[in-house]
Design a protein around this ligand. Structure first.
Ligand SMILES: C[S@@+](CC[C@H](N)C(=O)[O-])C[C@H]1O[C@@H](n2cnc3c(N)ncnc32)[C@H](O)[C@@H]1O
Length: 226
């Protein structure tokens, strides 16, 4: 299957099953929340659950994976526990935690209803299956240049888009690709939605591969990108 500069409309699990190990150097994504067609992270996160199966497959085809969860915190202390569970049980999910970067949202999340203004989120950086920490000298130099606490401000303009998804900050794929992209890399987003990761990859001179299950969103993203 061609994996350069392509967006496939379908279930990413089915598509990934057709791909060889470590097809991609960089994977950057935000998981499906309540618009998940095959799973919804709010319901299907638990160890051994549906998300576990998807993440294991993502880890098989990707060298480094950056995941940003929108972490909602309630005034009563109620919190989404995905992040803590994922860090604690990373090996059960088929990944190894490399680092935790901090995303500082200058504007914050709207403090609606029971929610607090949530200004910080994690970008969890994982190594894919069987990938070691032995990065090249050049990559180690790049690590030193990047801030692992970084500010995010920009959503891509949604003016011409008929349908949108949970907003995804451009700085997230920019960081991931900037640190882990190598000559000839293909950047992967298994839940590509409106294609923020893919658009940033293209802007930075890399090839991309995205999968999106919602046909309307997928067609729109293809029209914009390909
Ligand atoms: C949080 S959004 C991603 C937003 C994206 N980063 C962007 O820039 O628009 C998650 C996306 O995953 C899609 N999705 C849900 N289940 C999927 C599956 N099994 N395979 C592929 N895409 C899926 C949803 O339709 C949604 O567009």
């Amino acid at each position: 299957m061609k994996t350069r500069n392509k967006i496939i409309c379908g279930d990413c699990m089915k598509v990934m099953k057709q791909l060889p190990d470590l097809s991609f150097d960089v994977c950057s994504f935000s998981p499906p929340y309540s618009n998940g067609k095959f799973f919804d992270i709010n319901k299907d996160f638990d160890k051994g659950g549906v998300f576990h199966e998807y993440l294991s497959e993502i880890a098989r085809v990707s060298r480094v994976i950056g995941i940003n969860f929108t972490q909602l915190i309630g005034k009563d202390g109620e919190n989404s526990l995905f992040i803590e569970k994922l860090i604690l049980n990373a090996s059960d999910y088929g990944v190894e935690l490399l680092d935790r970067w901090i995303i500082y949202k200058k504007v914050g999340q709207p403090a609606r209803g029971n929610r607090v203004l949530n200004r910080f989120e994690y970008l969890l950086v994982f190594l894919g299956k069987g990938v070691s920490h032995n990065f090249s000298k050049e990559e180690k130099e790049k690590f030193k240049l990047f801030q692992t606490v970084f500010e995010v401000v920009s959503f891509r303009s949604k003016r011409n888009q008929v349908v949108t998804t949970t907003p995804y900050y451009e700085e997230i794929p920019m960081q991931m690709i900037g640190v882990f992209g190598r000559e000839g890399s293909v950047v992967f987003d298994p839940f590509c939605g409106t294609g923020t990761t893919l658009k940033i990859a293209k802007l930075m001179g890399y090839d991309y591969f995205g999968i999106e299950i919602d046909d309307v969103i997928c067609d729109q993203t293809i029209q914009e990108l390909v």
